[in-house]
Write a protein that binds this ligand. Structure first.
Ligand code: WT7
Length: 644
């Protein structure tokens, strides 16, 4: 923990939406009188068709939560139609292409037409309320149209990141029985093409229930065509009416499913519902980013992750903001790209991941300094702990020591920000996610489940429901209970460790389970292990994380070949290819160490703690090795450890 520097609220944020006094008063009320606080917030931020009976009712041990039950609304109306009287001609989505010469402004009026036409196209293909629609798209406006079109008719979207493999896509389509897929011929990232339609074709070979695949023409390349199932987006959507009556849904009707990795088994379909999710996405967007009317907000995430859902689409649009959507990558054509885009579109607020900041930091200051960035007012980070060095560079070089940084802690399961500084209310400590958002009541627990008071470190848990809480694991409610509500009774268990300092600031220390965070992407070690052992030459595999300068965590795989199998370069490559095929390029191991055997207890349990230490190169602190069945296994792994 770096306590070197504290950055006070700058003069320019003294008139922020949330001042220190307002934070104290609003936080207090959100905890002491949640019905009043959230009732007011819901009136202020959302437009309702009918009002609620109860603000909140929840039962953690049963994994149940209901917000605004009895109320109804439509999410696309909240994100589009209701803004039309004042904002019809304001840019809603500002799209910046992979190629720096391509960009497009989509106004709120145009957004309404696009979304309505697509919604009508879905209806024409038989999609109705409650049906699941898979969205496997590049970062183009149609990805946002697709999400909002589902919301308009009460269909449930399941966005699958375009970097996932056909195999991973297939699993996700089948798990939630999506019968409609929306995709593009190809994606374009950093000048490279991504064969999305070809991936969908491979996945759909095993998905007989999919009746419709809508295909956006992005690059115009040749694609295979399944007559009857495949439909060109442009032609079909353009032929639809621009009027589509929004379907009023219940506050607790599902809005989307988003798959995320856990420590065991296949990825879980995190289910979010409508009103509570949108309320917290909207309120955090306005308060955490101190958003002012007319500003351009840029979140660099992909819509395939929750960050893209909440802070490219739902949060900004619910506030009538201008949201920049970027198709490319931060280093293409070169390391100045982000800063050039900021100048080009006069971006006020820039929100990205620590891994991107580190990757740009190593390129030096020059690519930043050759741009102006005068429009920037606020910076943000998300996805993993930020090391104070990266924070300081972001602050001093990118933000010219003028822009506060909000380090936002949250999860796919929390739907929106949970712990974050508010730029007008809190002095910043580099590396600390700082304080709970309104309505978020936290605790740190000891191993035995007792609460830590004051300063200390422990397991991070949440003590009460919040509006954008995960409602279920799609198709497996018991798994929700087992994963989040069973470890510590009466709490939501985050899977993270954290520390609270003497000033009450929270510092997230990282996952305490077998979940990796590789370049801000969440991955279960079990998923990578399952991919590796699919190889017939492999007997066993154990995967752990290790510190990586750019990625935050790298993937370190210990692999035991079958007797007689040669540990060749060819085998090495086949294993990497398997991870890419089963999961996607983000799951490529950084290091594969051949392990004649894995360290196990006498009862046969793999001692991951020791494997982690070896991967981290912390060979002096292996800890207690007395329960090892065969200590020589560890000696061998240490001797054979590849240089990193
Ligand atoms: C995990 C959730 C939430 C959007 C992106 C990731 C880690 C997230 C921070 C932060 C330290 C963070 C946690 C968390 N994490 N934000 N500001 N500081 N760690 O969503 O894929 O669901 O991953 O990301 O470990 O549990 P996700």
């Amino acid at each position: 923990m770096s306590e070197h520097h504290v950055y006070p609220v700058p003069e320019s944020f003294k008139d922020a939406h949330i001042t220190p006094e307002r934070y104290e008063q609003m936080y207090r009320q959100s905890i002491d009188e949640p019905e009043i606080f959230f009732g007011n917030l819901a009136q202020e931020f959302l437009s309702w068709d009918t009002s609620w009976n109860t603000v909140c009712r929840y039962d953690f041990p049963k994994g149940e939560a209901e917000w605004f039950s009895g109320a109804s609304l439509n999410i696309s109306v909240n994100c589009i139609d209701r803004h039309l009287p004042e904002r019809a001609n304001q840019t809603a989505l500002l799209w910046e292409g992979d190629d720096p010469s391509e960009s497009q402004h989509i106004t709120y009026a145009e957004l309404k037409d696009e979304v309505s036409q697509l919604a009508n196209a879905l209806i024409a293909r038989g999609v109705t309320k409650g049906d699941r629609v898979c969205i496997y798209m590049p970062m183009i406006p149609q990805a946002a149209y697709a999400m909002l079109a589902c919301a308009r008719i009460g269909a449930v979207h399941s966005v699958v990141f375009g970097g996932f493999s056909p195999e991973a896509l297939k699993d996700r389509i089948l798990d939630s029985d999506c019968q409609t897929v929306i995709t593009a011929d190809e994606g374009l990232r950093g000048g490279k093409r991504v064969p999305l339609k070809a991936n969908v074709d491979k996945a759909l070979a095993a998905c007989p229930n999919v009746h419709t695949c809508l295909v956006v023409k992005r690059t115009g390349s040749d694609v295979d065509w399944s007559e009857g199932r495949d439909v060109w987006y442009e032609e079909f959507v353009a032929s639809q009416s621009i009027d589509c009556a929004p379907v009023s849904v219940a506050a607790e009707d599902p809005l989307f499913i988003l798959y995320t990795s856990g420590s065991t088994g296949k990825p879980k379909g995190v289910l979010h519902t409508s009103a509570g999710y949108l309320l917290q996405a909207a309120a955090t967007f306005k308060y955490v980013f101190d958003y002012r009317d007319g500003e351009v907000f840029w979140c660099t995430a992909d819509v395939g992750w929750v960050t893209g859902h909440s802070y490219i689409v739902y949060g900004p649009l619910a506030n009538g903001a201008t949201s920049l959507m970027f198709e490319g990558v931060p280093t293409y054509p070169d390391a100045s790209r982000c800063w050039e885009v900021i100048d080009k579109h006069k971006v006020s607020i820039f929100y990205t991941a620590p891994t991107a900041i580190r990757a740009l930091h190593v390129q030096g200051d020059e690519p930043v300094k050759r741009t102006s960035r005068a429009s920037l007012r606020l910076l943000g980070t998300v996805g993993e702990p930020i090391n104070p060095e990266a924070w300081e560079w972001y602050y001093k070089v990118v933000g010219d020591s003028r822009c506060p940084i909000v380090d936002t802690w949250w999860q796919t399961e929390t739907g929106a920000h949970m712990i974050t500084p508010l730029p007008g209310a809190h002095a910043l400590k580099p590396g600390s996610a700082s304080f709970p958002f309104f309505g978020v009541e936290l605790a740190l627990l000891n191993e035995d489940g007792s609460e830590i008071e004051g300063e200390g470190a422990g397991y991070l848990v949440v003590k009460r429901s919040w509006p954008s809480q995960i409602r279920s694991v799609y198709g497996d409610h018991q798994r929700l209970i087992d994963t989040y509500f069973s470890t510590y009774k009466g709490y939501y268990f985050t899977g993270d460790g954290a520390m609270r300092d003497a000033d009450g600031y929270y510092w997230i220390t990282g996952r305490v389970d077998d979940v990796l965070n590789v370049s801000g992407h969440r991955m279960g070690t079990a998923e990578v292990e399952s991919a590796l052992v699919l190889h017939e030459g492999i007997a066993e595999a154990a995967v752990v994380g290790f510190p990586h300068d750019i990625k935050g965590q790298g993937i370190y795989a210990y692999v035991t070949p079958m007797a007689g199998v040669e540990k060749s370069d060819a085998l090495f490559k086949e294993l990497i290819d398997l991870c890419v095929a089963e999961i996607g390029p983000i799951a490529k191991p950084d290091i594969i160490q051949w392990a004649p055997a894995l360290p196990k207890t006498r009862s046969g349990k793999i001692m991951r703690r020791i494997l982690r230490k070896i991967a981290e190169n912390e060979l002096d602190s292996l800890g207690d090795t007395s329960t090892l069945a065969d200590p020589s296994v560890v000696e061998n792994l240490i001797q054979e450890r590849p240089q990193t």
